[in-house]
Design a protein around this ligand. Structure first.
Ligand code: SF4
Length: 389
């Protein structure tokens, strides 16, 4: 088994990451929303400077793939003209915010996000690690509890706002006007209490090691947060659409831009704001029954240099046999980029191109079966193997 390379930082637009198909340039839409002009502009720039493939990330970002080194500077100029680029790499790295896509005008959520973004990009913003992030999840129902974040702004049991450390059941009360500053107080405590030695670390792990939160962050219980998995379809704010493995062609994004503003979600779907019907665009997943929704697969080989198997070929072949509600995670290596949590079934690529099977765990857990041949593996043999172990 080869150990995956841990980068310890996330790619951005100003600081892209080299992958097997060129630079990955990650754009962080402000407020989790793209105007039609921004969406159309990203599509045009992707075709001009990249390979025309656009990913939606699990932190609700938009990634342009296959960007050439020569094309990076003009791409940034184009994105900057669309209002999508931060002033510095530090500001870009710190402005790591996921917002519930189910906000409405007048509910105050976008105001909280704007305050938080301004505070995180200011000169005295806490210098948290690259993967450290914030979830603004104070809509009518919580939806981001399963999404990676270190500090969460949510609804308290009494309906007010609470700022909570990930991994804690309590948090500090806050008004909408003060929520961002409370969140930064918590980030500063995380750093001051040793949460990020060598500039790496996450909040939940820090608490699990025994760090004691300041009393103010234990004053109110957050409401219970069942993990919710939204599915494509009509919602109060518009229409949610998905894409195979969260990836689309630039041409699809360009067409979608014609239907209205787009809210980017952490479930690798887009919410077409105000849409009451599904646009007819090839490759769009528009309902909950599509078997591709039951499988998660990272880029894998050859697009990712660490990929040991062609993840998506295998996932495509196996997904139609998965029952509704089941989930198969296919990971090109043990890093498990596409799905950090446990899944009923996980296949992990190994050196030599074989796969290991993990049941009820994550890509880093111990396999129950090793050395499987992805060419001959069927869903039937997979479940037989799992049950026999
Ligand atoms: S999990 Fe997939 S995308 Fe992540 S490093 Fe491994 S092969 Fe690449």
């Amino acid at each position: 088994m080869s150990a995956p390379v841990i980068q310890g930082w996330c790619p951005g637009a100003l600081r892209p990451m080299m992958s097997g198909d060129g630079l990955v340039v990650r754009v962080r839409p402000r407020g989790g929303r793209l105007t039609p002009e921004q969406a159309a502009g990203i599509a045009t720039l992707s075709l001009r400077h990249g390979n025309g493939l656009i990913d939606l990330s699990s932190r609700a970002n938009v990634q342009l793939r296959g960007v050439t080194e020569a094309g990076h500077r003009p791409l940034i100029e184009g994105l900057s003209a669309l209002g999508l680029i931060d002033e510095t790499t530090e500001a870009e790295s710190h402005r790591n915010i996921v917002v519930t896509p189910f906000w409405s005008d007048g509910d105050g959520i976008q105001g909280i996000v704007r305050s938080l973004a301004a505070a995180l990009t200011g000169p005295d913003a806490p210098d948290t690690p690259g993967k450290f992030g914030y979830a603004v999840d104070c809509g009518a129902a919580p939806v981001l509890s399963a999404v990676s974040a270190d500090i969460r702004i949510e609804r308290a049991v009494d309906g007010g706002l609470v700022v909570r450390a990930d991994g804690a059941g309590t948090g500090a009360r806050a008004t909408a006007a003060a929520a961002a500053e409370r969140a930064l107080d918590l980030a500063r405590w995380f750093l001051d209490s040793g949460g990020a030695p060598e500039r790496r670390g996450r909040m939940a792990a820090h608490l699990a090691r025994g760090a004691n939160l300041p009393p103010v962050f234990t004053e109110v219980s957050a409401s219970p947060h069942p993990a919710v998995d939204p599915v494509p379809g009509l919602v109060a704010q518009g229409f949610l659409v998905g894409f195979e493995f969260g990836q689309m062609r630039a041409e699809s994004l360009s067409l979608l831009a014609g239907f209205g503003p787009l809210r980017v979600t952490p479930w690798r779907m887009l919410l077409i704001e105000g849409a009451g019907a599904v646009p007819e665009i090839a490759g769009l997943i528009t309902g909950p029954d599509n078997p591709l929704l039951r499988v998660v697969a990272c880029t894998g080989a050859p697009g990712c240099p660490q990929g040991l198997i062609a993840t998506r070929t295998l996932a495509r072949r196996l997904c139609s046999a998965l029952a509704p509600g089941n989930l198969l995670h296919v990971s090109g290596c043990a890093k498990g980029c596409a799905h950090r949590g446990a899944a009923p079934l996980t296949l992990v690529g190994r050196v030599g191109g074989t796969v290991d099977l993990i049941r009820g765990g994550t890509a880093t857990d111990s396999p129950c079966q090793t050395g499987l041949d992805p060419e001959t593996l069927t869903f039937h043999t997979l479940t037989e193997t799992a049950h026999a172990s």
